[in-house]
Design a protein around this ligand. Structure first.
Ligand code: SF4
Length: 372
């Protein structure tokens, strides 16, 4: 039997008994499929599942999502990271509700044209919702195909994308593309896994090139990943009585739309001065360059917190500062309070969304000090 046909039949037979139950499995509503796929981009299924439930409950239709206030949507998204996904979700929902009368696009090309939707997500929506013959291609599919067919092209290159797209569509069962795509994804996620593929019980083992040639540990190949750029933040957590100050990140940068404490940033690791007097002087220079510093005292310096983003490695320290005099009403126009929002510290976790790294800090603070 030709290897494409063998693979297709064996995979579908395997799927009949092994598909993972998920709330979106068998779902035909393109809006809910889209939602689940966007949530699952760069997110593990176990982590994404409660978010999917929360979103479907809060916004049962694309029009409901379109009408959600951005801060509310970000709050619901908090903890998932990669906030550009939430922004694109909102933008696209508004576009569908406003420009398309609430009707989700129903061809691969029109789905692919939506903001935040790439080849993989478009193929998933097209095949699951409309049974259109487009093969999904994610990390799981790359791995399964590379191993089964013994392909040694590094999978993170443009050449590989073309080669694997062609192959994925060649093995696709075009009579039931949704079922087949689901089978491929689940097979890669649960059977032909990156570290511990279950080769001894594998239904395609007899024709799997990687298995037959002893290359399962080597395939798929990757070219060398470039080093991540490092960024360093020093956050000033000001305590003004029961209040603190935060501001919304704007511009084309990481964490746009999320809230953070007033910050200074470096491209290389800074050395914080030792000793209270030296640190105080340093803070005056860094944060109060206009010379208008209210009276303050430093009460805590955190350990470094690190968060890894797609192209960045971010490290932050948090310096907690008590402001010991009453602040003027118009303080939010003077650095470092420019553009800040003054709010009770107890509201920090309730109403605004913060980057994951700040969330970790707040959680640990909540456990160690009564201030938060
Ligand atoms: S034999 Fe092993 S490597 Fe080959 S497809 Fe099956 S699980 Fe993957």
């Amino acid at each position: 039997m030709d290897s494409h046909l063998f693979f297709r039949n064996a995979l579908l037979a395997w799927a009949a008994n092994h598909l993972r139950p998920m709330p979106w499995k068998g779902e035909r509503d393109p809006y809910k499929i889209w939602l689940s796929e966007i949530i699952l981009q760069q997110t593990r299924v176990e982590q994404g599942l409660p978010y999917y439930e929360k979103f479907v409950t809060a916004y049962p239709t694309v029009t409901d999502l379109a009408h959600a206030p951005e801060d509310e949507l970000f709050k619901l998204w908090e903890g998932l990271g990669y906030y550009s996904r939430a922004r694109n979700l909102h933008f696209t929902a508004k576009y569908i509700a406003g420009e398309l009368g609430g009707h989700f696009p129903d061809t691969y090309e029109t789905i692919r044209a939506l903001k935040g939707v790439g080849d993989y997500t478009a193929a998933a929506i097209a095949s699951f919702a409309y049974n259109l013959p487009h093969a999904v291609l994610d990390g799981n599919v790359y791995r399964v195909l590379a191993r089964f067919f013994g392909i040694e092209t590094p999978t993170d290159t443009p050449a590989a994308k073309k080669e694997f797209t062609r192959l994925a569509n060649a093995v696709l069962d075009t009579t039931q593309p949704g079922v087949f795509n689901q089978a491929m994804m689940d097979f890669g996620a649960t059977h032909c896994t990156p570290q511990q593929p279950a080769c001894p019980t594998c239904p395609v083992q007899t024709q799997c090139v990687a298995f037959q040639t002893g290359k399962v540990r080597e395939i798929p190949l990757k070219s060398k990943a470039p080093a991540k750029k490092e960024r360093f933040f020093c956050y000033a957590v000001f305590n003004a009585g029961a209040d603190t100050f935060v501001r919304k990140r704007m511009g084309k940068d990481i964490w746009r739309g999320l809230f953070e404490f007033p910050a200074i940033e470096w491209n290389s690791r800074p050395e914080l001065p030792e000793g209270h007097a030296a640190l105080r002087q340093w803070l005056l220079e860094q944060f109060f360059s206009n010379g208008n510093a209210p009276d303050f005292s430093v009460i805590h310096i955190s350990k470094p917190y690190r968060q890894t983003l797609t192209h960045r490695q971010v490290t932050a320290v948090f310096i907690e500062i008590n402001l010991t005099e009453e602040l003027p009403e118009n303080i939010s126009i003077a650095p470092p309070f420019s553009g800040t929002l003054r709010l009770p510290r107890t509201d920090l976790k309730k109403n605004i969304a913060v980057p994951r790294l700040i969330d970790w800090y707040l959680r640990e603070k909540a456990g160690t000090l009564s201030l938060f």
